[in-house]
Design a protein around this ligand. Structure first.
Ligand SMILES: [Zn+2]
Length: 493
């Protein structure tokens, strides 16, 4: 019997607007697709939060014993600034400004994306396909939609016919819009567009002569519309119908709405059983934006090099901070919040690291099995990580009481407690044990202090050759000595 047979998950499904019992299409297997980044700039902290939510969900499914195929794409074909239809290609724009190849832009920011996610201890997805690697599949889908009478060709571009589609299938079911309202709220076409209706969206765009990223197709040399890549890649790797599709809240409309329409128009079946959307991240109560200065890059959290924070925070502290909010709540990123999380994080790690030295007794003064199921219940309730963390701190309280002799635990219960703490803290929340790295940095400090002392003795003996040698060789090893009136300190890089 697998853990997933014992734990029934409820997932909030954007499609129904309710929490639903989660039942995968194939028992024991889960197919999950999450819209990945467009790689034309450093990954935004808000996107990191979205991907972190799905990393935690992926980790929980794996913990329960599910075989998960988790697909998260890389948008490297560069979608247009204005929702896939007009404007400049974002990757091409960056390439033009920096006078480099579009694929250099893609490479640079894909590497940045992976670096940041590694620091935050993300598990890699099972498949990370790219849009440019799936142009053929996208062209095939367009052919199908045209064959099914739901797309039309104008001047080398292909558009999805939303009005026609809406005659048989509701367009807007995910974002709870209806086409009549959309028509009412959209200004009329200005005559420049090839579209029959403003609601229609591009499946294929003919490239202007100056457009660098282009591929041949039956209709023109051009490029696919942004919404199409996710339909192509999710269908290819997860099938015409799969369990979970996730992404940021901002993708609900039009991106995910268009994905549903494209898949329905191709396969005549609803592509996704559970639509999940992660809420946004704000900073100091306001929208994060480079233009207003209310902005921080993920790397700046680790270096402390940003005016909105007073110090550097480790990736695990930042991760812990983010998981203290439920994925469907808005998260306000603040220095005070990080400081509080850091305190809590170290308290949690201290308790975990003391588990091995706890004394056991004949009786337990609290029910560890009940506590353990409360942790599962919180995860099963739409992945409620703040409640899980509250439960972890309840365990911390008991651990500290056992330490000071005011509570007791049996050997059997202690083993359950250890296993569960490790499972929830490291495997599911994905935090990394701070004391391990603290211990090694303590040893390093001790060794450097000895060398600083030897250098002082060398100087007192006027052996400047030796004192310089110690300084220079430490510098070569990445350790800088800083002399001041109060003595010598060191920094590492
Ligand atoms: Zn997508």
């Amino acid at each position: 019997m697998q853990l997933f047979d014992q734990q029934q998950i409820q997932i909030y499904n954007t499609l129904s607007g309710e929490k639903e019992q989660f039942n995968p299409i194939n028992k024991g297997h889960i197919g999950m697709y999450v819209c990945g980044p467009t790689v034309y700039s450093n990954v935004h902290l808000g996107n990191v939060r979205t991907f972190m939510s799905f990393d935690m969900i992926f980790r929980y499914f794996k913990h329960l014993g599910y075989k998960v195929r988790y697909v998260r794409n890389i948008t490297d074909a560069g979608h247009l600034e204005n929702d896939a239809d007009v404007g400049e290609d974002r990757i091409a724009k960056k390439a033009r400004l920096e006078e480099i190849e579009p694929m250099e832009v893609v490479q640079r920011y894909t590497v940045d994306f992976h670096n940041i996610l590694n620091k935050f201890n993300f598990l890699p997805p099972s498949i990370e396909p790219t849009a440019t690697g799936h142009i053929i599949e996208q062209i095939e889908i367009i052919k199908e939609i045209i064959n099914n009478g739901l797309a039309y060709v104008v001047n080398g571009s292909v558009y999805f016919d939303v009005i026609k589609y809406n005659e048989t299938k509701p367009y807007g079911i995910l974002s709870k819009r209806n086409v009549e309202d959309l028509i009412h709220n959209t200004r009329a076409l200005d005559g420049q567009s090839d579209k029959k209706n403003p609601q229609d969206f591009a499946l294929w765009k003919k490239a202007e002569p100056q457009h660098i990223m282009r591929w041949p197709s039956p209709w023109s040399d051009g490029f696919p519309g942004w919404h199409l890549e996710c339909t192509a890649m999710s269908t290819k790797y997860l099938g015409e119908q799969f369990d979970i599709h996730g992404g940021g809240m901002d993708l609900k409309f039009p991106h995910h709405e268009c994905e549903i329409a494209q898949a329905e128009a191709t396969n005549n079946i609803a592509p996704v059983n559970y639509w999940m959307h992660a809420n946004m991240l704000i900073m100091n109560g306001k929208k994060m934006a480079k233009s207003t200065g209310n902005f921080i890059l993920p790397n700046e959290i680790f270096s402390g090099d940003n005016p909105h924070i007073t110090k550097a925070y480790s990736p695990s502290v930042a991760r812990f901070f983010m998981l203290q909010a439920h994925y469907r709540s808005i998260l306000d990123f603040t220095n005070d919040g990080l400081l509080a999380s850091e305190k809590g994080f170290f308290r949690l790690m201290d308790a975990i690291n003391s588990l091995d030295s706890l004394k056991t007794e004949q009786q337990s003064s609290f029910d560890v099995s009940v506590w353990k199921q409360k942790c599962y219940d919180a995860m099963n309730d739409d992945f409620n990580t703040p409640i899980v963390i509250a439960n972890l701190f309840e365990a911390v309280k008991h651990i500290n009481q056992i330490k000071d002799g005011s509570a007791t635990i049996t050997e059997g219960d202690l083993n359950i407690l250890k296993d569960s703490m490790h499972a929830f803290v490291f495997d599911i929340l994905g935090l990394e044990n701070a004391n391990e790295s603290n211990a090694s940095s303590d040893k390093l400090s001790g060794a450097v202090e000895i060398l600083i002392q030897m250098r002082q003795e060398a100087r007192a003996n006027k052996d400047f050759a030796l004192s310089d040698k110690i300084r220079d060789e430490l510098a070569e090893a990445g350790i800088q000595l800083n002399d001041s009136r109060d003595g010598t300190t060191f920094t590492t890089n």
